[in-house]
Design a binder for this molecule. Sequence first.
Ligand code: NI
Ligand code: MN
Length: 224
Amino acid sequence: MPVKIKFLGHSGILITDGKHNVAVDPFLTGNPVAKQEAKDIKCDTIAISHAHSDHFSDAIEIAKNNNATLVGAYELVQYANSKGVEKIEPANHGGRVKTPFGYIALTQAFHSSSFDGQYMGMPAGIIINIGGINIYHAGDTDIFSDMALIAQNYKPIVSLLPIGDRFTMGPELASRAADLIESKYVIPIHYNTWPPIKQDVSKFKPGASKVVVMQPGEEWTVKP
Ligand code: NI
Ligand code: MN
């Protein structure tokens, strides 16, 4: 079955291969553009890029509701474990975690990561290997030249890049980032959730990658 991506709004997505459901940075509670609530999310795996509340704050509830496995930075998943999440897969940059559908790998991100006043390990980008393809969710980050290494190492067919500016790269730098990553498709994320990250998505203009603009609640089938 083809891999499908559902956009949850902000940076949240649900990926499915028809058998496994992976939530990445699901953020529904307090998300003004979300079409669903945290209790609606069905998944077996959750991957979290970093612990800021607009990425992590629903993960514990969703993990418990689904008895899902939580993948993320060592400190982040240990914190979740201390709050009752039983199935955790601690990882760090460069490492892969084998999963029933393939693997999840953490990559670099230039950002910060804390929650509830605590250090939560390094912020990350996430590679999701599912259905024989790689999807790159960049998390919150600036552009960095080693995105070219992510391209070489994983050849992601789809990349999700933040374009909101202020806390991450804006659309101009994200366009240059897309040119380093060379995915067939790029999906802009982390914009238009609140006024400080309001963006004109038409400014996101990579050279070669096709831009797939998704609305919250929308689903898109990856065509390799
Ligand atoms: Ni953040
Ligand atoms: Mn964020």
